[in-house]
Design a protein around this ligand. Structure first.
Ligand SMILES: Cc1ncc(COP(=O)(O)O)c(C=O)c1O
Length: 388
């Protein structure tokens, strides 16, 4: 295919983010806190000091009180969510109780794929439906939770990674008040993409984040854990982090979380949203009646994400064409043994396999501006017109 541009457009921020400017600058200086932060010598203490500084900053950013929540660093959200949910499941075994883990039809694979392990331990996973828009029917969910057997731990995803459809944080509060279940907030995608992302509701029990989604390093993340929430840590080791997560802390990674969050302090979400709206207006003209934006009618959507389906096309083919033309995007479908597997998230919203196999996800970053829209749309127009 003809090369349409020499400049690449990275439009895959929900998969991972490039390093935030302060992170790149700090890493390039090379003074990288190599010591073990548990060591008592001066070099170790320096690492501990940076860790503590980052910790204080993270509590402050998300407006949670260290007296109410533990902050535990780990390798990222997949570990975080597994440690909390399966850790609770293990703990309940010691009390002869059963866990009933509620997750939605559109949750991330790290949440979805815990089913086999939970069942192996004798617990249960309940999958609740979402509407066509990807939103939840909160009253039905409350009813179902109140009827459920076992201890209910609900996974609530305020922003969906594939569609950008958001669930109002207030709904989680309503569910908590009317059911008294334990609530885990899968807040991985929210940072810098959803208004109010840094105003966490202290009535919730658990929150989990991955640092690489907002400009810090990969291989590091964190969870806020309400004090009093008991779980059995599945890593046995040196008892770091108050025994909640053994293993030497990733000092460099943790410090980059602070730097990346600092860079987001003055972010203007409305600027990104304006540019995304302009992009969607152009995209809809290109698609005509041959496709549509997923979840467009949802009440709340992330400022940075557009997922669209083009019935009849295979997303992998579109993605390759866009890639060759200089655009990095994602598809929700996956390739396994040569076959394309439709997006589980879109299937969860009721889309047919064919439609779910055609979805393209575009996700913009914190610096996305209106002037960047036209060159991107020009490429989409050329690629899609060839294929639609
Ligand atoms: C909503 C959500 N939860 C959990 C995860 C898992 O994060 P990680 O792959 O960094 O472990 C992701 C990653 O895309 C996500 O989008």
């Amino acid at each position: 295919m003809e090369k349409l541009t020499s400049k690449r457009h990275y439009l895959d921020f929900n998969a991972t983010s490039p390093f935030a400017p302060s992170v790149s600058e700090w890493l390039s200086k090379g003074d990288l806190l190599y010591a073990n932060p548990s060591s008592v010598h001066a070099t170790g203490k320096k690492g501990r000091k940076f860790l503590n500084e980052a910790r204080d900053y993270i509590y402050k950013t998300f407006k949670l009180d260290p007296k109410e929540f533990d902050l535990v660093f780990h390798s990222g959200a997949s570990e975080g969510v597994n440690a909390l949910v399966k850790g609770r499941a293990l703990h309940l075994l010691t009390e002869n109780k059963k866990l009933n883990f509620f997750r939605s039809a559109t949750d991330h694979s790290s949440v979805r794929n815990m089913q086999a392990d939970l069942e192996l331990l004798g617990h249960k996973m309940t999958i609740f439906p979402v509407k066509e828009t990807g939103e939840i029917d909160v009253d039905s969910l409350i009813e179902e939770i109140n009827k459920a057997e076992g201890e209910v731990l609900l996974n609530f995803t305020p922003m969906n990674n594939e569609t950008g459809v958001c669930w109002d944080w207030k709904l989680a509060n309503k569910i908590k008040k009317e059911t008294n279940c334990i609530v885990h907030m899968d807040t991985v995608q929210t940072v810098g993409k959803v208004p109010g992302w840094n105003e966490l509701d202290s009535e919730m029990d658990l929150f989990t984040y991955s640092a690489h989604k907002f400009g810090a390093l990969k291989g590091v993340g964190f969870s806020f854990i309400k004090k009093g929430f008991k779980f059995r840590p599945f890593i046995s080791g040196g008892g770091q982090q108050g025994g909640l997560r053994s293993g030497t802390e990733n000092t460099v990674g943790v410090y980059t979380i602070k730097l990346a969050l600092e860079d987001l302090e003055n972010e203007d979400l409305s600027e990104i949203e304006k540019a995304k709206t302009l992009f969607e207006e152009g995209l809809k003209k290109i698609l005509g009646d041959k496709g549509h934006i997923v979840g467009e009618k949802a009440e709340l959507r992330a400022v940075n994400t557009t997922n669209f389906i083009t019935p009849g096309l295979i997303s992998q083919t579109t993605a390759i064409a866009l890639d060759m033309a200089g655009i990095d995007i994602s598809t929700g479908s996956a390739c396994s043994s040569g076959a394309v597997i439709p997006s589980k998230v879109l299937q969860g919203m009721g889309y047919s396999d064919e439609d779910a196999m055609s979805a393209i996800r575009v996700s913009f970053g914190p610096d996305f501006k209106e002037e960047q829209v036209k060159p991107i749309l020009d490429i989409f127009e050329k690629v899609l017109n060839k294929n639609l």
